[in-house]
Design a protein around this ligand. Structure first.
Ligand SMILES: NC(=O)C1=CN([C@@H]2O[C@H](COP(=O)(O)OP(=O)(O)OC[C@H]3O[C@@H](n4cnc5c(N)ncnc54)[C@H](OP(=O)(O)O)[C@@H]3O)[C@@H](O)[C@H]2O)C=CC1
Ligand SMILES: O=C(O)[C@@H]1CCC=N1
Length: 289
């Protein structure tokens, strides 16, 4: 029997999941999206040929409901899901892609005993090269976990991690693609400053990042060894790396990931709305940044 998969939220990561699942062979008849913005709903329906509807309809008959919505929208969606179809709820696996919110938030918001899996994916899912980290809720059976892992493996790699590592995971792989794209932007701008056309600088940068990523992934060598192999004694790379270090590159990456993890840790608090320590999260393990 085919599995019906609902994706609530047709934004960036919801679309990446949808596109990845379709590319990996999932049939569009087994996929349904809930998206509340009418313009976006039409774009998704036109582009992918899937049903785009409301949360309740999407969840009906779905074995898996992926939540690809912002943290602020979670409570209202959980209310809709728990009033949708009481009998089905304990069978249905809710898979949250939302940064920062703990498993307990979903387990408390859904019918008692509902299986919930928390995932931190990333946008390379669009090209079936995601890195997804998975933490398992207390009511998830082994078969249910295996099924979610199998689904995510169709769009990339999967690691199962304890929930306490999720903030760090978000800082490395969840937000990580943005750091690489920022590096690409900076390299392209630097190439233009050195006299290359933007088209040339883009082609050189994109292929360099692609090739370096593949080499790192496939050679079995460490980043330290691979960097050393590029760095000829007294040569051009050594001059560049000296400037990176003098300008705090390593420190910048460290501070950036720390800031990212701190925001992930506080996501449940919605600090802009309620102030730190506000009543929305139910979390008690949040430190000052
Ligand atoms: N982008 C990324 O790389 C990653 C994102 N995530 C997580 O994924 C989640 C979504 O992020 P992202 O895709 O970037 O955000 P987007 O804002 O692009 O997408 C969220 C979408 O969900 C829609 N939505 C909100 N509430 C509902 C509802 N009740 N029913 C149907 N649709 C709804 C929003 O509509 P509207 O705009 O009208 O509110 C919006 O189109 C976040 O929690 C984030 O932490 C995790 C890993 C990576
Ligand atoms: O920026 C964000 O909050 C989301 C979570 C990880 C990547 N994007």
């Amino acid at each position: 029997m085919s599995e019906r998969i609902a994706i609530v939220g047709g934004g960036k990561i919801g679309e990446a999941l949808l596109a990845g699942l379709i590319q990996s062979g999932k049939q569009t008849k087994d996929l349904v999206v809930a998206e509340k913005m009418p313009k976006r709903a039409k774009e998704i329906a036109d582009e992918y040929g899937v049903l785009v509807t409301d949360v309740t309809t999407a969840a009906e008959g779905a074995q898996y409901v992926f939540l690809a919505i912002k943290p602020d929208d979670v409570d209202s969606v959980l209310r809709e899901l728990s009033s949708a179809d009481d009998d089905a709820e304990s069978e249905r696996v809710t898979v949250s892609l939302v940064a920062g919110l703990p498993l307990s938030r979903y387990e408390n918001g859904l019918q008692a005993g509902s299986p919930v899996v928390r995932v931190m994916p990333n946008t390379p899912m669009l090209v079936n090269e995601a890195m997804s980290a998975v933490s398992v809720g207390r009511y998830v059976g082994d078969d249910q976990l295996a099924a979610v892992v199998r689904l995510l493996e169709t769009v990339g790699k999967v690691a199962v991690v304890p929930e306490k590592q999720m903030d760090a995971v978000t800082a490395v792989s969840g937000s990580g693609p943005a750091y690489v794209f920022l590096m690409a932007e900076a390299m392209i701008d630097a190439g233009v400053a050195l006299g290359l056309s933007r088209v040339q600088a883009s082609e050189l940068t994109v292929q360099t990042i692609r090739g370096a990523g593949l080499l790192l992934s496939e050679s079995g060598l460490s980043p330290v060894d691979l960097r050393a192999a590029v760095t000829s004694p007294g040569g051009t790379t050594a001059a560049a790396i000296r400037q990176f270090e003098a300008n705090g590159f390593r420190h910048g990456v460290y501070e950036a990931t720390r800031a990212c993890a701190a925001v992930s840790k506080k996501a449940g608090y919605r600090p802009d709305v309620e102030g730190l320590g506000g009543p929305s999260s139910g979390r008690t393990d949040v430190d000052a940044p």
